[in-house]
Design a protein around this ligand. Structure first.
Ligand code: XMP
Ligand code: MG
Length: 183
């Protein structure tokens, strides 16, 4: 699959699986009244993580999705966000966990958290599979982080380049030829 496009495997399928279980256990342990969690997955990148994470949780959780688009170039976000698909229901009084694929500048998430907080959930936390170095400087509370990764563009396990590579079971870095050939 995608022969030659992937320069290196940064996080293997096995490592992802183990981390998803570990995160699910942590989140479950932190919620004594478990069974009432509402997961909010951010489309499309978080879809693989969301489905694996939900199934790894020892107690039932409900699933909601949001799609947002950040104005700006394709490689950096501006912090100005537009909702493409909103939640289907009210989250007031719910224990919400936002499930994200990756936090880079943190601007998208920062906007999203303000937006969700205004809907008065009982609690609001973030669980992200990946975090890049710049995110650490932004004042966004992220309780659960799978992997801190280097400042490189990564694909796979939901993450795309021009809508490709989301279906890879691992996280990898792209061969620069992919950016330059326009393929
Ligand atoms: P910010 O900068 O607001 O943006 O935290 C996070 C969003 O940017 C995208 N993003 C990536 N997508 N590989 C990707 O496929 C990457 O390495 C990458 N870095 C940032 C992603 O959509 C994320 O939600
Ligand atoms: Mg993307």
């Amino acid at each position: 699959m995608y022969d030659g496009d992937i320069a290196s495997v940064l996080i293997s399928e096995r490592q992802i699986k183990d981390k998803v279980s570990e995160l699910a256990k942590q989140v479950d342990d932190d919620h004594p009244q478990s069974g009432d969690l509402l997961l909010v997955g951010v489309l499309k990148g978080a879809v693989m993580f969301m489905t694996d994470f939900a199934r790894a949780l020892p107690h039932p959780a409900q699933l909601e999705f949001m799609a947002v688009s950040s104005y700006g170039s394709s490689t950096s976000s501006s912090g100005v966000v537009r909702i493409l698909k909103d939640l289907d229901r009210d989250i007031a009084g719910k224990n919400v966990v936002v499930v994200e694929d990756i936090i880079d500048s943190g601007l998208t998430l920062s906007w999203l958290l303000k937006n969700l907080a205004s809907r008065n959930p009982a609690s609001l936390e973030v669980c992200t599979l990946l975090r890049k170095p710049d995110a650490v400087q932004v004042d966004v509370p992220v309780r659960y982080v799978g992997f801190d990764i280097p400042n490189e563009f990564v694909v796979g396990y939901g993450l795309d380049y021009a809508e490709r590579y989301r279906d890879l079971p691992y996280i990898g870095t792209l061969d620069p030829k992919v950016y330059t050939s326009g393929a």
